[in-house]
Design a protein around this ligand. Structure first.
Ligand SMILES: [Fe+2]
Length: 466
């Protein structure tokens, strides 16, 4: 079949064998932005019907990279090579060449360059939803909320409010605002997005984050539960929304409910080996243990999945969650292997390799030390990187588990002066955190500050009863 240039409904040109392929790519982008379960099937159909369409090949590589593991990355690198060879033989347009260059640099581990290419595409083609959503992803895994926010702000005025995907943009903007600490504005945009499309899980999620960060736990439960029939239609991302629901329940001391949601939802598909599932699970089990809850043998299944990723060099945020499962389950040899891999990685080139060296190794050492009962070392390793923790990516709510681990270790280390200070500074943000007040109270008690300890304990009880 001969290749020609066709435009889709967004006025983007595609080199393809039929105009239907350009339109199918448009549907693929919409499905991707909506976390639709049929996304993979749409791409598969497109690759079958139009195997020479450069953007279909490029999407194949992108989607493999989005899986965040070394196996998939190796596949993405092969696709990238095929695509570059294909582009040398055909007459593709500039935007397609830019996308192919972005995939190449992503496979090379240069996330800054990759993101810059997508942002460059958006200057000329602001309606390229794929470039926009992918830049959102890499901004997210660079831990820079303001870049997420501004990336959306740059294109929003150029999109028609009547565009069927416009709601996705509002939700992405809401999330960028939330991660920039602009909670009121984030809520406004996030709610507008969900009003347009309650199945838009990312937008529902942006409000879940606002409610988490502003400690509106009861409202958070109602928000997530109230829209469950809509967002639960999406792919495994839905388990992350259940994870958010668990965070609210944790703060309310509803531990049986957290374990029930963990078993029935959050951990229900870990066998599929999707990285976000393991992040949700490791983070939740560790939090439960810090709240004093026995999680039984639940670490064991997580550890089995983590063992498949001992040499991963993709996202340090994800590797740290694999390590959590290994150290918590007492799998010393595997944990050592993963940590050796992190040390190798930190000596390589690439964006995540640098973050691994600058921040990741310290957190990894801290996790291992905390598990070994060497709490003073855990604090000594983690405290120097606390203000650069955002560099590992993920959301503020997700990264909070590492801060909690550092605080928990500070308390266990019996360095009451340090522990009191760290818990007090957390209370600046978490005014209604029963866990934080309770720990603060017990530290004050050990310092002989009995009256203050009693007042802090009362605040912990009040936080639970909110
Ligand atoms: Fe989240």
């Amino acid at each position: 079949m001969g290749l020609s240039s066709y435009k889709d409904a967004n006025d983007l040109s595609y080199t393809s064998s039929s105009p239907d392929s350009a339109q199918a790519f448009c549907e693929l982008t919409t499905a991707y932005m909506g976390f639709r379960r049929e996304t993979g099937a749409i791409l598969k159909g497109l690759l079958e019907s139009d195997p020479d369409m450069p953007m279909a090949l490029c999407a194949k590589g992108y989607f493999a990279k989005l899986m965040g593991s070394s196996n998939h990355s190796a596949r993405a690198a092969r696709t990238s090579e095929d695509l570059n060879g294909h582009l040398a033989r055909i007459d593709a347009n500039e935007r397609e060449k830019q996308h192919a260059a972005a995939l190449s640099s992503w496979c090379d581990g240069d996330l800054e360059k990759t993101t810059r290419i997508w942002e460059d595409i958006l200057l000329q083609h602001p309606t390229d939803g794929l470039a926009l959503r992918l830049a959102h992803f890499t901004h997210f895994y660079s831990g820079n909320g303001r870049q997420m926010r501004d990336s959306l702000a740059r294109v929003l005025p150029l999109w028609s409010e009547d565009h069927p995907d416009y709601g996705f943009l509002l939700g992405m903007y809401a999330f960028g605002l939330e991660e920039s600490g602009e909670y009121a504005k984030a809520e406004e945009y996030g709610r507008a997005a969900v009003a347009r499309n309650p199945q838009d899980a990312w937008s529902v999620h942006s409000i879940a984050h606002v409610l988490e960060m502003t400690e509106r736990h009861e409202e958070g439960i109602a928000w997530v539960a109230g829209l469950e029939k809509d967002w639960s239609t999406v792919n495994n991302f839905r388990f992350h929304l259940y994870w958010h629901k668990c965070l609210y329940h944790l703060e309310r001391g509803e531990f049986d409910l957290v374990l029930k949601i963990y078993d029935e939802q959050v951990a229900s598909d870990i066998a599929s080996d999707f990285y976000l599932d393991i992040c949700n699970c490791s983070s939740l089990l560790w939090r439960l243990e810090m709240f004093g809850i026995d999680v039984g043998d639940r670490w064991s299944d997580l550890s089995s999945v983590a063992q498949k990723h001992l040499g991963d060099k993709d996202l340090i945020f994800v590797s740290l969650h694999y390590l959590m499962a290994l150290v918590a389950n007492g799998d010393r040899a595997a944990a050592q292997q993963l940590q050796d891999g992190l040390r190798d990685w930190s000596g390589l080139d690439g964006t995540q390799a640098r973050i691994c060296a600058d921040v990741g190794l310290a957190i990894a050492d801290g996790l291992q030390s905390a598990c070994d009962g060497d709490f003073a070392t855990a604090v000594a390793r983690m405290e120097p990187v606390r203000y650069s923790l955002n560099r590992i990516g993920g959301s503020a709510a997700q990264r909070d588990v590492f801060m909690m681990i550092m605080l928990d270790a500070a308390k266990a280390s019996h360095d009451a002066l340090k522990a009191r200070a760290l818990f007090a500074d957390r209370l600046g943000d978490k005014v209604h955190s029963s866990w934080t007040w309770k720990n603060y109270s017990s530290i004050l008690e050990t310092m002989g500050r009995t009256d203050e300890a009693a007042r802090a304990l009362e605040k912990s009880r009040k936080a639970l009863a909110r």
